[in-house]
Design a protein around this ligand. Structure first.
Ligand SMILES: Nc1ncnc2c1ncn2[C@@H]1O[C@H](COP(=O)(O)OP(=O)(O)O)[C@@H](O)[C@H]1O
Ligand SMILES: [Mg+2]
Length: 278
């Protein structure tokens, strides 16, 4: 590392929860492209290498960039497979070395963004331990709430039992406090917000407010339920690339609203433009 790099410290953003299909990879991709477009240097680490959604999304993006006249920004990505060593201590050591090497290689970036799998494993937990910002996308349904806590009503009182994931985040926070590191800023993002079921949406909102106080996370609205995400993946594009002439998707009012959701998310997290006045 150069002398400059030793002083420089990238911000580490981890996108995680323990539920598949809640929008982690989609959120990661949108966050990364927003940061790139804002002029930041970004590295990504795919800790869900087996599924590899982020890596495949980025491969599609590279292919699109090669065949396009538009300027398509890309992060530098590392797809990190888990160690296959049978011995637990050996496999954990290998995972740790591989993650540290990947981070070292991306250390000169402004941001390193981790995408994580929808299940618990050592590599994912290790990734979480580096988070300055943890973003947890959550499908906006009562069914997905148990990813954060078990919710029961006993004698008209809400009884909340933190999930294993919330406990894991709690432990990471304790660990960071002991090591006198910056606390994790945990942001839970409501994904796939329905435009029709207003009552359900409100009820979920009330419950999430309770949970946010108890588990100490910030709550932000995320993306509405939109079919366009399916169309974007094979092209490697995001909502922020739609004005690129090669995208071949005509902008609609719904897309404009969708882009505003991405911007609002970044603002809520506190990730504003590099050169914006503070
Ligand atoms: N807001 C949304 N509206 C519609 N589809 C979405 C939305 N967010 C994610 N999806 C879709 O849901 C599926 C799972 O998303 P993904 O980001 O891969 O989740 P995860 O990484 O948590 O498994 C993908 O097909 C994606 O396009
Ligand atoms: Mg994923």
């Amino acid at each position: 590392m150069t002398e400059k790099n030793e002083q420089h410290r990238p911000r580490i953003v981890v996108v995680g929860n323990e539920k598949g299909g809640s929008g982690k990879s989609t959120t990661t991709m949108h966050l990364v492209v927003s940061l790139l477009k804002d002029g930041y240097k970004v590295g990504t680490i795919d800790l869900d290498a087996r599924q590899g959604t982020l890596s495949r999304y980025l491969e599609n993006r590279s292919r699109f960039a090669e065949n396009s006249k538009d300027q398509i920004l890309l992060p530098e990505n590392r797809r990190l497979y888990r160690s296959e060593a049978v011995n637990k201590a050996v496999s954990e050591e290998e995972d740790k070395d591989n993650l540290e090497l990947a981070m070292h290689e991306l250390w000169d970036r402004d941001f390193i963004v981790f995408d994580t799998p929808g299940s618990d494993n050592y590599l994912s937990r290790l990734g979480h331990s580096y988070a300055d910002i943890l973003i947890t996308p959550l499908n906006d349904s009562f069914l997905d709430m148990d990813m954060l806590a078990k919710v029961e009503i006993e004698e008209k009182e809400l009884k909340l039992t933190p999930s294993t994931y919330s406990q894991m985040v709690w432990e990471q926070r304790q660990q960071r406090a002991i090591l006198k590191k910056r606390p994790i800023d945990w942001v839970v993002m409501r994904n796939r917000l329905s435009h029709i079921d207003a009552k359900n949406k409100r009820d979920i909102g009330v419950l999430l407010e309770h949970l946010s106080k108890r588990l100490q996370f910030r709550l932000t609205p995320g993306f509405g339920e939109r079919v366009i995400f399916r169309e974007l993946f094979p092209k490697g594009l995001t909502l922020l690339d739609l004005d690129s002439p090669g995208a071949g998707i005509s902008m609609s009012m719904s897309h404009v609203a969708a882009r505003q959701e991405v911007r609002a998310l970044l603002n809520a997290i506190g990730l504003t433009k590099k050169n914006a006045a503070t």
